[in-house]
Design a protein. Structure first.
Length: 431
RNA sequence: GUGAGCAUGGCGAAGUGGUUAACGCACCGGAUUGUGGUUCCGGCAUUCGUGGGUUCGAUUCCCACUGCUCACCCCA
């Protein structure tokens, strides 16, 4: 039987998993610097968490969820994004009772039933954060800065923050009316998709990749930005002032509309020219209450980890070289079957003193073992054969110089730890 | 959900309607006795995604299926 992975999933193998570990490490490090703590929520939730949290009208809920009934007949869903579950946990565990704002981050797999393509899988990974309890523009700017900071610390360059405000429940209906008014006479010029968006969600027309945004212009349809209420206007300029103060460059993109229903006011995406979106976020001031909690404002972002890694590979030039396994300190070679047990003992002793040590497990000849030692990029080879065993010594060869000496077996591990210690010590500190 | 392209050994990749399916990398073995990285020699696809059809004959032509990739939609 030929089993293969489900569509849209991938195996992250040794050689590329190192990039993932690095990205995770960097993200955690930066989150910690900004005072965020990790939260781990289930990868599946009751379906209504997402229906309510993400929004009934979104594509995610309407056609992309992995939903199934469990053995007790309950409907559960693999999380398609991180925010809803975090908010659910925030409410359920009453984290709002604590002092100050809650600053939480998460990292892990998400699931959406979509057709896979470049930078898009059915099981994909995001890290992101949520800040609950502040609606001041300062936190908006901080979260945006944090979003970018995680990415630049990972080594990405040329990122652009595109910023917009999608208004609030006060100004959005007003804007919608104005837009519809301007647009109705031009409905025939819109593409099919946009004609249906007209009534449902006219904002999205700004996002259309066909000719429709041009129609908007001809119709003189106002962008959201032009229809903001005073409070939203003030908030936006506050965010901009803070971004300037933090030294975070951004461009206003009046066409930026985020897909999730819960966004209010600040919305942004972090993009790279010719690549697309790496991450994005927004403010959601009604979501916590919507999920049964107190009426606290929130804001957060999510980064697509596949995309971050993909982008870094592209920026690094097309090398895409797999990370090699770290080299060995010592390779233990068995020259004669009588040395089998003493060699096993030596290997164990080497590892016990903290050295990276390995051996051949396939009964190869001595020559082949040396070849293996080379491929494993060992610094030293420790050879045990009949003559060594009877004399209680081990032959140690420095594989870079070719110099060869003998050491008493029972002191060999300590001695090798001393000479090889420096580099392996550095290695351990990084871990 | 819509559209397009592609499926040859572990990987990359040539190829043809007809007796033995290039090549490169990787891997394994050897070049005299217990010593490597270079070099040299040898080995490594009863088989060309699966199933059917056309044909004297198909990996090469046709159909279906499956899978992969890319774009649209949407998003991370």
């Amino acid at each position: 039987m030929h089993v293969q992975r489900p569509r849209g999933t991938s195996d992250i193998l040794p050689g590329s998993v190192e990039r993932w570990q690095e990205l995770e490490r960097v993200a955690r490090e930066v989150f910690a610097r900004y005072g965020y703590r990790e939260i781990r929520t289930p990868v599946f939730e009751h379906t209504e968490v997402f229906e309510r949290g993400v929004g009934e009208t979104t594509d995610i809920v309407q056609k992309e969820m992995y939903t199934f009934t469990d053995r007790a007949g309950r409907s559960v869903t693999l999380r398609p994004e991180g925010t809803a579950g975090v908010i659910r946990a925030f409410v359920e565990n009453k984290l709002y009772g604590q002092t100050g704002v809650a600053k939480l981050y998460y990292i892990g797999p998400m699931f959406r039933y979509e057709k896979p393509q470049k930078g898009r899988e059915r099981q994909f990974h995001q890290y992101g954060c949520e800040v609950l309890g502040s609606d001041g523009p300062a936190i908006d700017a901080e979260v945006i800065a944090l979003n970018v900071d995680t990415l630049t610390n990972f080594g990405l360059r040329g990122l652009v923050v595109e910023l917009n405000s999608v208004g609030c429940p006060d100004c959005r209906p007003r804007h919608r009316e104005r837009m519809l008014e301007a647009l109705r006479p031009y409905a025939a010029e819109l593409c099919d998709d946009c004609r249906s968006r007209l009534e449902k969600n006219p904002l999205r027309i700004f996002d259309c990749k066909r000719g429709c945004p041009a129609v908007l212009e001809r119709a003189g349809a106002p962008t959201v930005l032009k229809s903001l209420c005073e409070a939203c206007e003030t908030h936006l300029s506050g965010v901009r002032a803070h971004l300037d103060a933090l030294g975070v460059p951004y461009v206003i993109n009046e066409r930026l509309v985020r897909g999730l229903d819960y966004y209010t006011r600040t919305a942004w995406e972090v993009t790279s020219a010719g690549f697309g979106t790496v991450g994005g976020g927004g403010r959601y001031n009604r979501l916590v209450a919507e999920l049964g909690g107190p009426d606290v404002p929130g804001i957060g972002f999510a980064v697509g980890m596949e995309r971050a890694i993909l982008l870094r590979q592209e920026q690094a030039g097309q090398d895409g070289a797999a990370d090699r396994q770290a080299g060995l300190d010592v390779f233990v070679a068995v020259a004669d079957s009588s040395a089998e047990l003493p060699a096993a003992r030596l290997l164990q002793a080497l590892r016990q003193v903290g050295l990276v040590a390995d051996r051949d497990y396939q009964g190869r000849g001595l020559k082949a073992q040396f070849k293996l030692a080379d491929r494993m990029r060992a610094r030293y080879a420790a050879v045990l054969g009949e003559s060594e065993v009877t004399r209680g010594v081990v032959t140690v060869k420095d594989l870079t110089t070719g110099a060869q000496t003998e050491l008493p077996v029972d002191r060999a591990a300590a001695e090798l730890a001393r000479v090889a210690g420096q580099s392996s010590g550095e290695r351990k500190e990084q871990a």
